[in-house]
Design a protein around this ligand. Structure first.
Ligand SMILES: [Zn+2]
Length: 53
């Protein structure tokens, strides 16, 4: 059984509005993991994460 599924993820910084499109993986608990660390504005925890179809 596959517990991880590759997906395309749009990450938007809530502080400066910068957007990043990344490949991610959806883990077993529905959490999307991308390896994304932080935005150019040094924000590292306030993001909107949207999974792309
Ligand atoms: Zn930012």
């Amino acid at each position: 059984m596959a517990v991880q599924e590759r997906t395309k993820v749009l990450i938007r910084c809530r502080k400066c509005g910068e957007r990043y499109t990344l490949r991610g993986r959806r883990g077993a608990h529905g959490k999307i993991e991308t390896g994304f660390k932080q935005c150019l504005c040094n924000n590292d925890d306030d993001f909107e994460v949207m999974e792309q179809p």
